[in-house]
Structures are given as structure tokens and as C-alpha cells.
Design a protein around this ligand. Structure first.
Ligand SMILES: Cc1cc2nc3c(=O)[nH]c(=O)nc-3n(C[C@H](O)[C@H](O)[C@H](O)COP(=O)(O)O)c2cc1C
Length: 327
């Protein structure tokens, strides 16, 4: 299958693995790229730019296919060393960057100069148009269903994607709620040029996280995510657990007076405990509603091949058949 995204990134299948804190390590990124998708290393999981440089080298040892690096710009008391991370990306010869969070404008000139293609992930048409106007190469449109930060507008992909298709000139992928061949065909029908998946890629053999994390995703249904930090305008979709219920109770109790400090025990420093130690109730961690569609732990290659085969079957048989009058 060829789309504007496969051509832009020189990949075989229009499937991207979105940046994921403490999940997007070289093992997963290389597995996705080796399977013909676009794997992405998450920069901020690496404590320093030097560690990111080493992770990029490690990934290159595992794949000779294109892979990318995610740079997330989130509000922080002490901002990470972004210039250092950008330097590690450029000097590491990485040619694709997924930006997310705040406007990436400040970082585009050095990246563009180094021939890096930038795909910006955002959750509203407003932000997508802004990113298009400042010169990114592609967009990842993250609907309300998504794991992680869905923004504050709460527009699901059935509305957001056709709106994006109507408004944007650049290629874009559908992100949030994508799991299988049905998702891919639906995304293409709504005007996208491919899909970006987060949660689905965690439940794969190669995802370098504790088995208890994978088991928690398999056990979860589409009803088991919650939105936290809405009063802080930093909404995050996470898997429900007792720590998340404590956060929500504090949010109800403190209302607009809540500060990050109030929920820090359930949020700060939680990812390594969850992803590496398997303490899935240690605090809040991102998970999409798509957990309700995830029932197995295939290899990344099996997953991607299955998605492509199912998509082809739907297009050639089910959809073409409907036009031919076959039920
Ligand atoms: C555990 C987890 C961690 C994530 N961390 C990041 C991150 O650090 N930066 C980022 O841009 N997106 C992050 N995301 C969002 C994903 O890249 C992707 O946009 C999202 O998962 C898509 O929705 P889905 O989970 O329904 O596929 C994370 C998602 C998950 C599930």
C-alpha cells in the first residue's frame, strides 16, 4: 500500500509507533521499523542527550530501516535540555522527528537544515493548521480516544479526521484508537494517509516493558480509562487503578484550587516503576480506550502483517463486494 506517508518517510506500511515514555526504547522502535512501519524512540525517557545518542546508536545496530525520535514539549518546572536532545538527533543522523505538546517552531530551523522531516502530533485542527503554517512536513492527528494527552477539546476521530482532511494540505496520520486493519481502512476512508498507534504497540512481544503492563492492557476494556489533570488543563487519558481514583477524588475535592503538587505522589516518577518494575498500581500511566480491542500479545511483525492483510481483505472483499451487490 502506498500513501503520502509511506512515500514521505520511505517506509513500506503506513503505520507509525508514536513516542511513548519508558516504552519507546530502541527494541520497540527497531522492531516496528524492521516490520516495515516507522518506529520511534522517545527522547525524554533518556536522562541526558548523551543517553539519547547511545540509544540512537543501539537502534541503528538493530535496524537499517528508517526510524524516528519523539520530542515532547510539555510544561515543566525545569525544562529538559532540548538543545542537547536536538543535537543528539541531528548528530545521530536521525531523519525523522515526531514533535508533540507545545508549538515546535523554535526547533524547526536546525532540524530542517539537517534534512530532518518533522511530523507534529496535535489534538485540534487549530493546532494542526498552525503547525502546517510554520513548515512541518506531516501531522499526526490525535483524537479524544487516544492514550496520553488528548487536549481539552474532546473531539473524537470520527469528526476530527474528516475535519483534518478538509482543512489540511499536508499528509496526516490518524492517531488514537487505532488497533487493526479495520482502524487503518476507516482512517484512510476518513482522509488520513496512515495510522499512528501507541497502546496497541505496548501489548507486543518486543515492547520492553514488564509483562504485568501488557497483562493490564489485555484485561482492560474500553470502559477502563480515566481522564486526569483536567483542572490543570493538562488532561491525560490513563488506565484506571486505585492511584488514579485517588487523583480523581482530590480533583473533586479541591476543584480549581488543585495544583500539580497535590497529585505529585500519584504522577511524579511513576513510569519507571510501572514499565520496568511492573508496579501497575504505582500511579497514573497513559493508556487508550483502544485497550478494549486488544486481546493478544503478538510480535510486532505479526501485528503489522495482520493489520495490512486485514485492511487489504476489507478493501478488496468487504467494500468491493458491497459495491458489487454481495453481502
Ligand atoms: C504509555 C504511553 C506513553 C506515552 N508517552 C508519550 C510521550 O512521551 N510523548 C508523546 O508525544 N506521546 C506519548 N504517548 C501518546 C502516543 O504516542 C500516541 O499518540 C497515543 O498512544 C495514540 O493513542 P492510542 O494509545 O489509542 O494508540 C504515550 C502513550 C502511551 C500509551
Amino acid at each position: 500500500m502506498k500513501t503520502r506517508i509511506t512515500e514521505l518517510f520511505s517506509i513500506e506500511h503506513p503505520i507509525i509507533q508514536g513516542g511513548m515514555h519508558y516504552v519507546g526504547l530502541a527494541e520497540l522502535a527497531a522492531a516496528v521499523s524492521n516490520a516495515g512501519g516507522l518506529g520511534i524512540i522517545t527522547a525524554l525517557t533518556q536522562p541526558t542527550p548523551e543517553h539519547l545518542a547511545a540509544e540512537i546508536r543501539r537502534c541503528r545496530e538493530m535496524t537499517d530501516k528508517p526510524f524516528g525520535v519523539n520530542l515532547t514539549f510539555l510544561p515543566a518546572v525545569k525544562p529538559p535540555d532540548y538543545p542537547g536532545y536536538v543535537r543528539a538527533i541531528i548528530e545521530g543522523g536521525v531523519k525523522i522527528v515526531e514533535t508533540a505538546g507545545n508549538n515546535p517552531q523554535k526547533w524547526l530551523p536546525p532540524l530542517k537544515e539537517a534534512g530532518v522531516k518533522v511530523i507534529h502530533k496535535c489534538t485540534s485542527i487549530r493546532h494542526a493548521l498552525k503547525a502546517q503554517s510554520i513548515g512541518v512536513d506531516a501531522l499526526s492527528i490525535d483524537g479524544f480516544e487516544c492514550g496520553g494527552h488528548p487536549g481539552e477539546d474532546d473531539v473524537p476521530n470520527f469528526i476530527l479526521l474528516p475535519r483534518a482532511a478538509d482543512e489540511l494540505k499536508l499528509p496526516f496520520v490518524a492517531s488514537g484508537g487505532m488497533a487493526d486493519g479495520r482502524s487503518l481502512v476507516a482512517a484512510l476512508a476518513l482522509g488520513a494517509d496512515g495510522i499512528n498507534m501507541g497502546t496497541r504497540f505496548i501489548a507486543t512481544k518486543e515492547a520492553p516493558v514488564h509483562d504485568k503492563v501488557k497483562a493490564a492492557i489485555l484485561a482492560a476494556t474500553e470502559l477502563d480509562t480515566r481522564l486526569i489533570m483536567r483542572p490543570l488543563r493538562n488532561t491525560e487519558r490513563v488506565l484506571a487503578n486505585p492511584a488514579v481514583e485517588r487523583i480523581l477524588a482530590k480533583e473533586r475535592e479541591l476543584g480549581d484550587r488543585i495544583t500539580f503538587q497535590d497529585i505529585a505522589p500519584e504522577v511524579a516518577g511513576v513510569y519507571p516503576r510501572v514499565m520496568q518494575q511492573g508496579e501497575v498500581d504505582a500511579g497514573a500511566w497513559s493508556c487508550g480506550m483502544v485497550a478494549g480491542l486488544i486481546n493478544d500479545i503478538p510480535t510486532v511483525k505479526e501485528l503489522i502483517e495482520r493489520i495490512m492483510a486485514q485492511a487489504e481483505q476489507i478493501i478488496r472483499e468487504r467494500l468491493a463486494g458491497l459495491l458489487d451487490g454481495r453481502l
